[in-house]
Design a protein around this ligand. Sequence first.
Ligand code: G1P
Length: 285
Amino acid sequence: MKKITKAVFPVGGMGTRFLPATKSIPKELLPIIDKPLIQYAVEEAVEAGITTLIFITSATKHAISDHFDPMPDLRAQFIKQGKHHLAEKLDTLPLEIQRVFIPQGQPLGLGHAVLQAESLIEEDEMFAVLLADDFIEADSNPLSCLIEHAHQQQKATISVEQVAADRISSYGVIGAQAWHDDLAQVSEIVEKPSVENAPSDFGVIGRYVLPHSIFQRLRHTDMDHNREIQLTDALKQTLQDEGLQAVKLSGQRFDCGCQEGFVMANLHVAMENPDLAKKIKQSIK
Ligand code: G1P
C-alpha cells in the first residue's frame, strides 16, 4: 500500500450556527485567537506527512484559497522593516504542498463532499479526511496516530472520544469490541442517535483515514431524511465488508461547530499564553 499523502478538507458547509459572521467568512476561517481553524487542521495534516490538500468548497469560500496564498510583497515589506515575526505569520503553507480546490456544487452532506475527491485518489491509496471545526489540542499529532494504525492494519480508521450524554445526538457514535490500549474494532456505527439508541458514548471526531472503496459505497448510499449523504452510512458498509477500527483520541477536542465549543477553544488557547491569561484572570475578577 502507498504512503498516505492526501487529505480531504470538506469546507463547503454553510456555518449557520455562526451567522451573521459566516455570511462572508467561511466558518473554517473563524480564528482561535489569531489563527483560523482551517490552518490548525492543515498544519496537523502537513506534520503527519500529507503533501496534497484537497479542499471541497462552495461558491462563497474563495477566502480559504486566499488564506493559503503567499503574499510576497507584504512579506518583503515586513522583512525590510525588520518585522520578521510578522513575515513568518504570512507563511501559512509551505509552497511545495499541493492544494486542490473542488466545488461541492450542492450542499448534500459530508459523504457527498468526500465523494467529490474521488478522481484524485488512486485505487490502492488510503487518504485522510479532516473536519476543521474539530479543534484538537494534543501532545502527539492525532492524524499521525490514525495513519499509523490504518497503515499497519490496512483498514479504515476513525478517531473517537467519549462525549457527554447531552451531546451524543450531535455525532456519529460507535459500538466497539474490546479496547486494546487505545484501539478497538468497531462493531456498530450510527449517525446522531438518541442517547437511548446510542451503542456507547464514543462519538466520532472529524479525523478519518479511509480506503478508496469508500467512494463506491458513498455512491450507493441513500440520502437521509435531511437529503444528505452521510459518511457514517457509507462507513457502516465498510464495517460490514472490510472492518473498521477506532482510535481513542489522546488530547482535548473542542467542537467549534457550536458556539460553546468555539468560545471554550479560544479560552483554552488564550490561557496558554501567560500574558493573555493574566489579563483574562484579572478582568474576570
Ligand atoms: C460530522 C459527522 C459525524 C461526526 C462529526 C464530528 O457531523 O457526520 O458523524 O461525529 O462530524 O465532528 P457534523 O459536525 O457535520 O454535523
